[in-house]
Design a protein. Structure first.
Length: 434
């Protein structure tokens, strides 16, 4: 690509991409912040100015044109970007550098590996190289330490956690000021893996609530949290005690989320949730640590033997990077998975609703047994139940806002979850929360 495309053409193309994050906004301007030559095209870093003055940066690999074509559809371009990672290379652009790194935990793919782009993703794009590695290309970029890269490296090199694919390598952008931005990460392919969401929907359609497998998922979730609690001198991962100030800050954040949900449902509204927030008091004296942050069935891979791998540690992409890296109680992940089970039941055959209590109980039994006496877990089942119910409420409120704005016909699913979580701590227990 001898030169960058005209700004108006680039803006129009960006607005039509699935991974463009601000489809409801108008693009006022685009500017190419940096450019790297790759085989048959270029990798552009594009700054987008929106109609409210906000700016977003995107990684845009393009083939030689016109017309504009996504270069991640081309095997040669994908191999060129992987080569930078696998070769620990530094490549100069117009203003900054692309820096590749390889961990040594995974073999480097050879030229015989078939390159295939995966479909169905929205905020990122993944490309596989045979059965060796999968490379996730981030589209919207944020300067700073990306949790996907950071947690993947910790689990691979320090905690040596066996139930997430090992980190193979990374591709980062270093600007003139020295700050780094993750552009892509490579991980080992999980042999025989299936998407956890689709797997459970199929089991429910067959009349099977998959209780032993969900218990195993609870065990693997607890094992992840124990791995993230591995002692370390790294301040980004060292566990810290939860104090009253933490609980007060979490309560205030939940109040704001509930207020947003109430506004999204206006004039219908939602019941008062203030008393339910008292359930976090039992966390004082436990420890907070890094956690998944966006945990649901779609962030799991079902592998042989009804076992699971846990994936995608980027956190919720629309939240600020600092917030995604913040330590919290890992019981938020537990609540996220319970909400995902509720969605799965609601998306399956009507008779599946009768299984939800047992499904929740199976997951939580596995989690409780595997996490017992861990420093991040309250001492009593009642304290666990009450805290999980609060975080289910938080997640349901978040889902209400999302569904009201994007899928209004689905909004009753999180409303039901919100009402159950606010009813009383005992309601959470009756639903299988402890």
């Amino acid at each position: 690509m001898a030169s960058s495309p005209p700004p108006s053409e680039l803006a129009s193309w960006l607005a039509g991409q699935r991974w463009f994050a601000s489809k409801t906004r108008r693009i006022e301007a685009v500017a190419v912040a940096d450019r790297f030559a790759v085989e048959g095209g270029a990798l552009l870093l594009v700054d987008v100015t929106l109609d409210d003055g906000a700016r977003e940066r995107y990684a845009v690999p393009l083939l030689e044109g016109p017309p504009l074509r996504d270069a991640l559809d081309d095997a040669g371009v994908c191999r060129s970007l992987l080569a930078v990672m696998a070769g620990d290379m530094r490549v100069s652009g117009d203003r900054g550098s692309l820096i590749g790194s390889w961990t040594g935990a995974v073999r480097r793919p050879g030229p015989e590996e078939r390159v295939a782009r995966l479909g169905g993703e929205q905020s990122n794009t993944s490309v596989t190289f045979g059965a060796v590695v999968i490379v996730k290309h981030f589209r919207r970029l944020t300067e700073g330490v990306n949790p996907e890269l950071e947690i993947g490296r910790f689990l691979t090199e320090h905690a040596r956690f066996a139930h997430t694919p090992p980190l193979a390598g990374a591709l980062e952008y270093e600007g003139a000021g020295g700050g780094r931005t993750a552009v892509a990460v490579a991980q080992q392919m999980a042999a025989g893996a299936r998407d956890g969401w689709q797997w459970l929907l199929e089991r429910l359609a067959q009349g099977d609530p998959a209780l032993p497998a969900l218990r195993r998922l609870g065990e693997r979730t607890a094992a992840l949290h124990r791995a993230l609690a591995t002692p370390t001198d790294d301040p980004a991962f060292a566990a810290e005690p939860i104090g009253p100030a933490d609980v007060a800050a979490w309560q205030e954040a939940i109040r704001r989320q509930v207020a947003a949900a109430r506004a999204a449902l206006a004039p219908r509204g939602l019941p008062e949730a203030a008393r339910a927030l008292d359930g976090l008091a039992g966390l004082i004296g436990c420890v907070k640590l890094r956690h998944h942050g966006d945990f649901h069935l779609g962030q799991t891979l079902r592998v042989d033997g009804d076992d699971f791998m846990l994936i995608d540690f980027e956190g919720e992409p629309l939240r600020p990077l600092e917030e995604r890296r913040r330590k919290h109680t890992p019981l938020r992940d537990v609540a996220g998975m319970l909400r995902s089970l509720h969605y799965a039941v609601a998306s399956a055959a009507p008779e599946a609703e009768a299984w939800e209590t047992d499904m929740r109980a199976a997951f939580l039994a596995g989690y409780g047994d595997a996490a017992r006496s861990a420093p991040f877990l309250p001492a009593t089942d009642d304290a666990v139940t009450r805290a999980v119910a609060v975080f289910e409420l938080e997640k349901a409120a978040y889902e209400i806002v999302y569904e009201a704005n994007n899928r209004p016909s689905w909004v009753e699913i999180p409303v039901r979850g919100f009402l159950r979580a606010t009813a009383s701590p005992a309601a959470g227990r009756a639903a299988g929360a402890a």
